[in-house]
Design a protein around this ligand. Structure first.
Ligand code: SAH
Length: 223
C-alpha cells in the first residue's frame, strides 16, 4: 500500500539522518548542541533531486544541477559551529544553492539574508523553505560578492563557494565583532578562513583545507 511504504521510507530517511548526525558530526567533533539540534531537524532529503533522495544523508556533496553541489553535511556543520550563533543574529549567506544551509541558518539565528547568482536555484530553494515554513529568510538573486548592502551590517556572513580573496564589500558589511567564514584559495582547493571584524580590519585564522565550487562575480572569479 502506498501509505505504508511512504511511512516506511520516511522512517528510513529519519534513521539515515540520525546516523549522519552521530557518525559524520558528533564522532568528528561537531557537537554544538544548537547545530546538532538543527541538523537533526532539517530534512536534507527535501533539498536534493528526487533521484538522489536515498543518498541525501551520505558523507558527500551531491549535484543540484547547473554544475553546483549541495555541500557535504560535515562541512556545513563545521562552518555553522564556527559561527557560534546564539539565535539573535542577522546573517548573510552567499550561495544559497539548494537552500539546505539556509534552512539550518533559519533555525540558528533571527534573520537570514541569502544571495544566489542562479535564479533557478533561488526559486527552487525558496519553494522548499516555504514548504518547511521558514519565513525568516529573504533570498536575493544577484552577485553575492557585492553582499546585500540594504540589510547590512550583519552579525555573521557565511560564503558557500571558494573565492580568491575576501570580497571587500563583505568585509564592509560585517558588523564590528561579527564573524565571516569563507573558503579562500585557488580553483581546486581552498583553506577555510574564519575572520572577525575589528577596528583595525579583519583578523583572520585558518581552519583547514576544503573544496568548494567557485565563487563567481565582481570580487570573485571571473564567470
Ligand atoms: N550551501 C549550498 C552550497 C551551494 S554551492 C548548498 O549546500 O546547497 C555554491 C553556490 O554558490 C551555487 O549555488 C552557486 O550558484 C553560488 N554562487 C557562486 N557564485 C556566486 C555569487 N557571486 N553570488 C551568489 N551565489 C554564487
Amino acid at each position: 500500500m502506498a501509505v505504508s511504504s511512504n511511512t516506511r521510507s520516511v522512517t528510513a530517511l529519519e534513521g539515515a539522518r540520525e546516523r549522519m548526525v552521530r557518525t559524520q558530526l558528533l564522532d568528528r567533533g561537531v557537537n554544538d548542541p544548537r547545530v546538532i539540534d538543527a541538523m537533526r531537524k532539517v530534512p536534507r532529503h527535501l533539498f536534493v533531486e528526487p533521484a538522489l533522495v536515498n543518498r541525501a544523508y551520505d558523507d558527500d556533496p551531491l549535484p543540484i544541477g547547473a554544475k553546483q553541489t549541495i555541500s557535504q553535511p560535515y562541512i556545513v556543520g563545521y562552518m555553522l559551529q564556527a559561527l557560534a550563533l546564539k539565535g539573535t543574529e542577522r546573517v548573510l549567506e552567499i550561495g544559497t544553492g539548494s537552500a539546505y544551509q539556509t534552512a539550518l541558518l533559519a533555525e540558528l539565528c533571527a534573520n537570514v539574508f541569502s544571495v544566489e547568482k542562479l535564479r533557478n536555484l533561488a526559486v527552487q530553494g525558496r519553494a522548499v523553505l516555504d514548504e518547511l515554513r521558514y519565513y525568516n529568510v529573504a533570498i536575493h538573486v544577484g552577485d553575492g560578492t557585492l553582499g546585500w548592502s540594504e540589510h547590512a551590517p550583519y552579525d555573521a556572513i557565511v560564503v558557500a563557494a571558494g573565492a580568491p580573496r575576501v570580497p571587500e564589500p563583505l568585509a564592509q558589511q560585517l558588523a564590528f565583532g561579527g564573524r565571516l567564514i569563507i573558503p579562500i584559495g585557488d580553483r581546486t582547493s581552498q583553506v577555510l578562513k574564519l575572520a572577525s571584524r575589528t577596528p583595525n580590519g579583519l583578523e583572520e585564522r585558518s581552519l583547514g583545507e576544503c573544496r568548494f565550487v567557485k565563487l563567481l562575480g565582481k570580487y570573485g572569479w571571473p564567470g
